[in-house]
Design a protein around this ligand. Structure first.
Ligand code: GLP
Length: 256
């Protein structure tokens, strides 16, 4: 796990955007795994700027989002489809037919989850997966106790996650759905490369447990320790509880 600590979220997002750009320049038809949430907005803004300047094109790129709330129609302003359209897809030259987001309203949701996995496989697998992290250590919506080998399925959200995400629902936790369709931890670990972003003190505990704690289903993000190609982009507050913080900075400053 390569841990890259920046002064602020903007600098960290710029570094992550550069990594996404390099991936697409190396393979125009890259398959990207994408996340939603406040953390990735800066990254998406930078990618949109890069695309606007003609530095990178998403014309041949395919995308697969991690998750969606169960029962949330794509047209709802709180759906992750709406989020992605607003913060990224409407600002880049991606072909909408190449953007995939789990359908939280699928009739047979179990069968749909299998189809979603198959679609990823048919596209050749995810080249680069973007992740945030929940304050309870979740990735996607894989809440604590998720199997480290899990595939796309429905998960019940913790009260903590619903409280965290209530800010997108006017602060009303009762409006936050209880269930979500999410790629599994096994699905995420199949990606060839993973970028995880985390900002702010509220993520410091989860980040430390992810990077320096034991690999455990209690902290789903700790499964990333098993992946050989993970880059973690942090600001100073999110890095504040890392015991080996000085070493990570030293490694980055002395990159071969
Ligand atoms: C959400 C999403 C995750 C996201 C995380 C952090 O609930 N399902 O994919 O990474 O929680 O969100 P935020 O960036 O808003 O803190």
């Amino acid at each position: 796990m390569e841990i890259i600590i920046s002064e602020n979220p903007s600098e960290a997002s710029a570094k992550a955007a550069e990594a996404v750009k390099m991936q697409i320049l190396a393979k125009r038809s890259s398959v990207l795994g994408l996340a939603t949430g406040g953390t990735v907005m800066g990254l998406y803004g930078k990618l949109a700027e890069m695309c606007g300047r003609g530095e990178v094109s998403f014309k041949k790129v395919s995308t697969f989002n991690l998750d969606e709330y169960v029962g949330m129609p794509a047209s709802d302003p709180n759906s992750y489809r709406s989020f992605m359209k607003k913060h990224l897809f409407s600002k880049i030259d991606v072909d909408p037919s190449n953007t995939h987001i789990p359908d939280g309203c699928a009739e047979n949701i179990r069968a749909y989850c299998v189809q979603y996995e198959n679609k990823i496989r048919l596209c050749g697998g995810i080249d680069l997966q973007v992740l945030g992290i929940g304050s309870d250590g979740h990735i996607g919506f894989n809440e604590p106790s998720s199997s480290l080998g899990s595939r796309t399925r429905v998960k019940t959200l913790t009260e903590k996650t619903r409280a965290d995400n209530s800010r997108f629902f006017g602060g009303d936790i009762s409006k936050v759905p209880m269930h979500a369709v999410t790629m599994g931890i096994g699905t995420i670990l199949d990606s060839r490369e993973i970028l995880l972003l985390a900002f702010g003190e509220g993520k410091a505990e989860a980040v430390a447990r992810m990077a320096e704690g034991p690999v455990t289903a209690t902290v789903p993000a700790s499964a990333l320790q098993l992946h050989p190609n993970v880059k973690v982009f942090l600001d100073e507050p999110a890095a504040s509880k890392l015991v080996n913080k000085a070493y990570y900075k030293y490694v980055y400053a002395n990159k071969p």
